[in-house]
Design a protein around this ligand. Structure first.
Ligand code: MN
Length: 741
């Protein structure tokens, strides 16, 4: 534990005329009051206020602030009273200690009104005396540094509160150093796995780039020497949390991040900043679009610097920040700089309010004005948080639990933030009591109720709608599982059919003993590999029945009669069927166990041949390794390409009913008479018949005629035929027919 004289010496180093008596008195008083109290770690309780004081000496705070730090827990946790502290240390200090006592935790899961009240108290206290914020942040920082000793659940709650309230508040007040350390510590507890991964990757990168970094530092220093500029150059690595956040926000991988390293150039004056910039830009080329002058236009939190990116000495991109010593101090300590002792005659600066010229002060003032205008605490919370956490939105569950989300978040993000199960089963959302589309961007204060359905599988398209990494990862996982399930379902059907052909019965259990022979890790894996076309049903048969002999399929002569087609199923069985199947035949096909096709949104991985296929068509499926089944109309000439791969053919049938709200693709060829407006007329006929044009291309143009291919989306064969006959009747059309249908 730091000794009394050590603390005094620390302050003396930056403030030679320190009021030693005040520090000594506070040290002894706090130590006596806390007595034998212990922290969760087993350390004497007094070590905590002492460490908080030490943090503030690092920020070069005055002795009054240090004394308040020493005393900050006395009223709350010991027999000390406001009156006693007033008498011993004066009412100014007493008021600060009492202020800190009143600032209870900003409990995130408490009722909105209470939260608003707590935040209001904190902001009011800061505006009166910024030292309240500094002690509060130092207090939180030390608690975060020693969070290991807390109970698990408490630890997570404190870490989340730090990430959601204290770190952004430190940032808003321009205290970058404080913000970064709070974020780093909170990140470690909120997402330990990600923290470890990112930290390890950063360490690895920094190890590998050590030589390059020194080289760049040297070239920059050499350059400034040449231009007679007094400048210090330092390399800087992005912090784990900001790396992680960027990866999440932009859905980037680690490798895609280009700006892990940056270099900071610190000079004497504003003029030198621009001279250094000139020297850099005349030596190396700058990367366009990356230049920012925050000296002429400071950021909201008073941050000032010039930012530029250049193509550096060894042709890498280098990010640079150029600033003065003073700007550097403000970037690091923010409003704390204004609370530094700036007295002239050894007297402690009386006001300690944030300087009125700063942007941070303007923000605080504005916020507090809002607070006195409206008496509705929830409005206040909404407004303040909007300002404080510019990149976040705060929403609530119907039970009043707060969910913090990045800006741009949707009800889907909200659902996943509540729980992965809630996200996976989300089918709709009520925002403030009204049903809203799931793509709705959430606003501060929205109350969101998620409507769920057990039958739901999150659509893959959601992945591009959500903004949180948690939602994105969960959707990807769910989509993968659903696809895997589709493939294994198809695999079961293919195997059932193949076994049946050989007079055997397929059972999943029979696969158990042959996993090794098939080099698959489990039964699911065998099934989905078969479904995917990566493993043939014959290989599985051979594995289960080692004496299985593949029957040689001899291709019969092609049927001569017009309108007859052949179908071969997965096991190589050949069918000959007429082009028009009777109801009886259709029923027979159904009973034969042909794989039912419900369209691309069904439970099998299905796609359609380029020329399309619609319900009513006689169809055949071709297994495409890696992409499921492609459905062809039986008449399609493209099928001949698969003649010598009978194992890829599977027998399929439509399974469409009233509930199928899906259109199917079909290609038609239309020959139009070249006359003004004929194309528009064709389009109109198609639209009037409730069909959609997917693509349209001209294949042949003659002086009088134009032939075009139109890919359509229609409901079924009847719909398609009606459309074709309507087209034929049109005076602009000389011919219309289906392609390969
Ligand atoms: Mn404390």
């Amino acid at each position: 534990m730091m000794r009394q004289y050590e603390l005094v010496e620390r302050v003396q180093r930056y403030k030679p005329d320190v009021n030693e008596a005040l520090l000594n008195k506070a040290y002894v008083y706090a130590m006596q009051k806390h007595g034998h109290q212990k922290r969760a770690s087993g350390d004497p309780y007094f070590s905590h206020p002492l460490e908080v004081a030490a943090i503030l000496t690092d920020m070069h705070m005055d002795e009054a602030t240090i004394a308040v730090a020493l005393l900050h827990d006395t009223i709350e946790d010991t027999t000390a009273t406001r009156q006693e502290i007033d008498e011993l240390f004066g009412p100014d200090l007493g008021k600060l200690v009492e202020g800190l006592t009143k600032l209870k935790k900003l409990d995130l899961v408490s009722k909105k009104a209470e939260q608003a009240e707590n935040l209001r108290k904190l902001l009011l206290a800061i505006s009166e005396d910024v030292r309240v914020l500094l002690v509060k942040l130092a207090d939180r920082l030390h608690n975060m540094r020693t969070l290991d000793h807390m109970r698990d659940d408490k630890r997570l709650r404190i870490a989340e509160e730090t990430m959601e309230i204290y770190a952004p508040l430190a940032g808003r007040m321009g205290m970058q150093g404080m913000r970064e350390e709070l974020e780093e510590l909170a990140f470690r507890y909120i997402n330990p796995e990600a923290y470890r991964t990112v930290t390890a990757r950063l360490a690895d990168i920094s190890e590998r780039n050590r030589g390059v970094i020194v080289e760049i530092e040297n070239s920059l220093s050499g350059l400034f020497e040449k231009y007679a500029l007094n400048a210090t150059v330092k390399s800087r690595q992005k912090k784990p949390w900001s790396v992680f956040r960027k990866m999440e926000a932009k859905a980037l991988s680690f490798e895609q991040l280009s700006d892990i390293f940056g270099f900071r150039v610190v000079v004497e004056s504003v003029e030198d900043c621009y001279r250094a910039l000139g020297a850099i830009h005349t030596t190396w080329s700058m990367v366009p679009g990356r230049f920012k002058d925050y000296i002429s236009t400071p950021k909201q939190n008073d941050y000032r610097s010039i930012h530029t990116t250049i193509v550096g000495p060894s042709r890498q991109r280098i990010e640079l920040q150029i600033r003065t010593r003073e700007m550097n101090k403000i970037a690091e300590y923010g409003v704390a700089v204004h609370a530094l002792y700036k007295d002239t005659g050894g007297k402690v600066n009386a006001s300690h309010t944030i300087s009125k010229e700063t942007n941070a002060y303007a923000w605080l003032r504005r916020t507090i004005e809002q607070l006195s205008e409206g008496d509705n605490p929830e409005d206040f919370l909404e407004n303040t948080k909007l300002e404080l956490f510019q990149d976040q939105v705060f929403c609530f569950t119907p039970k009043g639990m707060l969910i913090a989300l990045p800006r741009g978040a949707t009800p889907i993000d909200f659902a996943y933030a509540v729980h992965t199960d809630v996200g996976d089963t989300c089918v709709g959302a009520k925002v403030n009591g009204r049903i809203m589309p799931l793509m709705t961007e959430l606003k501060n204060g929205d109350e969101v109720e998620i409507i769920r359905s057990k039958a739901q599988v999150p659509p893959a398209a959601w992945e591009s709608v959500v903004v949180t990494g948690k939602a994105r990862a969960a959707i990807r996982r769910a989509t993968k599982n659903a696809i895997r399930k589709q493939y294994s379902g198809l695999g079961v059907r293919i195997l059932e059919r193949a076994f049946e052909r050989s007079g055997k019965t397929f059972s999943k259990d029979s696969l158990k003993s042959v996993l090794h022979r098939l080099a698959r890790k489990d039964i699911e894996d065998v099934l989905s590999s078969v479904g995917r076309g990566e493993l043939s049903s014959t290989d599985v048969m051979k594995a289960v029945y080692p004496d299985f002999k593949e029957e040689r399929v001899t291709l019969p002569p092609k049927p001569r009669e017009e309108g007859w087609s052949k179908i071969r199923n997965a096991a190589g069985m050949l069918f000959q069927i007429p082009g028009r199947a009777s109801r009886k035949e259709r029923q027979a096909a159904k009973e034969s166990g042909a794989v039912p096709i419900r369209g691309v949104r069904g439970d099998l991985p299905v796609r359609f041949a380029p020329e399309g296929a619609v319900p009513g068509d006689r169809i055949i499926g071709i297994v495409q390794p890696g992409s499921g089944i492609t459905i062809y109309p039986i008449q399609s000439p493209s099928l001949t390409a698969f003649d010598d791969q009978p194992e890829r053919w599977i027998d399929v049938r439509w399974d469409i009913d009233e509930a199928t709200k899906e259109r199917f693709p079909a290609r038609i060829s239309v020959v139009a008479i070249n006359a003004p407006g004929s194309l528009a007329e064709i389009a109109q006929v198609i639209a009037e018949n409730d069909a959609n044009i997917h693509t349209l291309s001209m294949v042949r143009t003659a002086p009088d005629f134009t032939e075009m291919l139109i890919d359509l989306e229609v409901w079924d064969l009847k719909h398609l035929n009606r459309l074709i006959s309507q087209l034929k009747e049109n005076s602009s059309v000389s011919d219309a027919r289906r392609v390969n249908g």
